[in-house]
Design a protein around this ligand. Sequence first.
Ligand SMILES: *Cc1c(COP(=O)(O)O)cnc(C)c1O
Length: 339
Amino acid sequence: MPGLMERYRGRLPFDDDDPVVSLGEGTTPLVHAPHISQLVDADVWLKLEGLNPTGSFKDRGMTCAVSAAVREGAKAVICASTGNTAASAAAYAARAGMTCAVIVPEGKIAQGKLAQALMHGARVIALRGNFDQALTLVRALADDHPIALVNSVNRFRLEGQKTGAFEIMESLDELDALAIPVGNAGNITAYWKGFGELGVAPRLFGFQAEGAAPLVLGKKVDQPETVASAIRIGNPARWEEAMEAMTASRGDIRAVTDDEILAAYRLLAGREGVFCEPASASSVAGLLRYGAGGARRIACVLTGHGLKDPGTALDQAGGVIACEPCLSAVEEAVLGGGD
Ligand SMILES: *Cc1c(COP(=O)(O)O)cnc(C)c1O
């Protein structure tokens, strides 16, 4: 499959002869979730955005943002990141032959994402502060230097990410609601744009983690805290756009606890066979907590792959069973004691 810039060129702000930096992103699976459907009494589908080239939906935006940066003649890209933007920017910059710097909150990004950014050769700066401070700093830096800022304040990011909505509507004839995690609020804004361009208007159910829920509280959170590190954000850059989308779609923005997020995370892996990262599971956690609200057909955006965050997975999962190399011991280990 060609990347999404080729597939949707007519609906993106690029001309035929513009440069394209692509890793074959998009065209991710939309799978029905029978168990969750039963629990919420609606038909629920999972959009597996973890199957993008770097393992998150950020690649949809990054192919456009980095291609636009090349078109503008930029030699370097920069972003603040809770992890996935860094991994994606680093990969697309490597592909484009550009240098890349990423600023992440020290000690607060999942291990897989850090490994990606480093492997792709980005300059990784661990800020002794949080994501919101990192974003303020990179915005100031990008104003003073010829470096392209590739956070979702960059409009090309939203253009690329709106294609997630296109793909869902290519698979489903009708959609009543979209459940989506909300951090910096770029993705929910992008989906609403995409649906709008198709002339459809599913309700948007946005979910934030309780310890990082500025849109729910209606005020900034100075010290956001949650196990879902990808949405540990206290002052979303796309605040107004997200609230407008929510209102226009007759949707809602609500909070889920870390325990609810982790329960949904385990349920998705254990019952649906889908391993996503904790932030992604907040979309399903929200549906389980608040119900389908009368919607019959719902798509949940599972934003990133479970392998991004092996630390949380190993904390949440059962342990391994040690075993001596003899048949009786293996038998007991495999079949369990007692039977
Ligand atoms: C970036 C990210 C989000 C949040 O998306 P926003 O556009 O910042 O609201 C959610 N989940 C994962 C896995 C992410 O990487």
